[in-house]
Design a protein around this ligand. Structure first.
Ligand code: PMP
Ligand code: GLU
Length: 395
């Protein structure tokens, strides 16, 4: 048989999804594992959003929609962006799709030619690297660590730029580190974006989940920056709607038209029911997120207090999102419960098999030496998970 696509063969499956699937499988097999793998809110979708979805079904709003979403939803998203961040988009510049993940994929398809380079600061969310490759472009990974709070500095960015650089991906707040860029830090990056004529994919999916500091929407840094930014956000994290599959991109007319063509030939639009439910979420004037943010803050504080008392692991306190990115470099070289730990991947594997705790190894995020814990889970699970970690490390 002829070989299948080279690009497809080179794509690695998502490690975050894999860890979550494995933990769920172990649970189904009766093994008492605690999953800190997938970053997915453990809250229920708000009632008024669920009811809007049910109404859509009952009112037979079940047919095809425009590929980039129904006009009222695109308008509601544009109004929301204006209200939150003072950035103004026409509904035609908004592409609603089946999750922010799909928007990242389509944005890269729309922007990149083969041979283009896309700058990706590490630690990065696992999907970007593969999505860059699926667009035929080349990821240029810029490593960061605790010394810059895992943030890209202007000097690092400038050193990575070549004549082939097309685009920079920024995630703010970050998955997997939880770090937030200040307005001043983003302004410095924006200067280089203009100087070197780059595009920016600004993934702002965690914008509502911020515990310290103030979130800045990258596109709000000025009209020239807005023209070059593909702003990505969605309902998954803010409104606890991961399974509904709603994300959006806001971009200049040329990019949104190209993305719209892609969508019209691929998904043809996300579920109509999801779109009506999301409309209720984006139009809602009540605070749907505050309660979740309070709970995440309490969990994060507890997590950090416990980590401070566990020898041999460290972590910076996250500013946002719902991840703790734990440095486990001191554990490498040890033998724990009979298992030689040669990497953070070994550590995560041993912690799962011997400690019955699922975390994602830093290798998946381009950052060996770390493991990611999601605290989008109950306090009870967090307490028990950290007890298990302590016990695992002590042996
Ligand atoms: N971007 C980041 C940084 C994420 O962590 C996620 C979570 N999966 C997504 C995008 C995608 O979210 P969704 O596709 O559920 O909208
Ligand atoms: N964004 C979440 C995570 O990083 C969900 C899983 C995924 O889609 O990657 O775990």
């Amino acid at each position: 048989m002829k070989p299948i696509s080279k690009i497809a063969k080179a794509i690695a499956p998502s490690a975050t999804v894999a860890v979550d699937t494995l933990a769920k499988q172990m649970k189904a097999d009766g093994i008492d594992v605690i999953g800190f793998g997938a970053g997915e809110p453990d809250f229920d979708t708000p009632e008024l959003v669920k009811q809007a979805g049910i109404r859509a079904i009952n009112e037979n709003k079940t047919r095809y929609t425009p590929a980039t979403g129904i006009v009222p939803l695109r308008k509601a998203v544009a109004d929301w962006l204006e209200k939150m961040y003072g950035v103004s988009y026409k509904p035609t510049q908004i592409c609603v799709s089946s999750g922010a993940k799909h928007n990242v994929f389509v944005a890269l398809q729309a922007l990149c030619n083969p041979g283009d380079e896309v700058i990706l600061p590490a630690p990065y969310w696992v999907t970007y690297e593969e999505a860059i490759k699926m667009a035929g472009a080349t990821p240029v990974i810029v490593k960061t660590d605790e010394t810059t709070r895992f943030k890209l500095t202007p000097a690092m960015l400038e050193a990575a730029i070549t004549p082939n650089t097309k685009c920079l991906i920024l995630t703010n707040p970050s998955n997997p580190t939880g770090m937030l860029y200040s307005n001043e830090e983003l302004e410095e990056i924006a200067k280089l974006v203009l100087k070197y004529d780059l595009y920016v994919i600004s993934d702002e999916i965690y914008d509502q989940l911020v515990y310290h500091g103030t979130f800045t929407c990258f596109a709000s840094l000025g009209p020239e920056i807005k023209e070059r930014t593909v702003l990505i956000n969605g309902a998954s994290k803010s409104f606890a709607m991961t399974g509904w599959r709603m994300g959006f991109a806001a971009a200049n007319e040329e990019i949104s038209k190209a993305m719209s063509s892609y969508l019209s030939h691929s998904t043809g639009g996300t579920s109509t029911i999801t779109q009506y439910a999301s409309l209720a979420a984006y139009e809602c004037q009540d605070d749907l997120v505050g309660k979740m943010v309070l709970a995440y803050t309490r969990r994060m504080k507890y997590f950090m207090e416990r980590i401070a008392k566990i020898p041999g692991v460290t972590a910076l306190e996250p500013d946002g999102a719902f991840y703790v990115f734990m440095n486990v470099k001191e554990q490498i070289g040890r033998t724990i419960q009979g298992v030689k730990i040669n990497s953070s991947a070994d550590f995560a594997q041993a912690l799962l098999e011997k400690g019955l705790v699922a975390v994602v190894p830093g290798e998946a995020f381009g950052a060996p030496g770390y493991v990611r814990w999601s605290y989008a889970t109950s306090m009870e699970n967090i307490r028990e998970g950290l007890d298990r970690l302590e016990k695992f490390l002590a042996e």
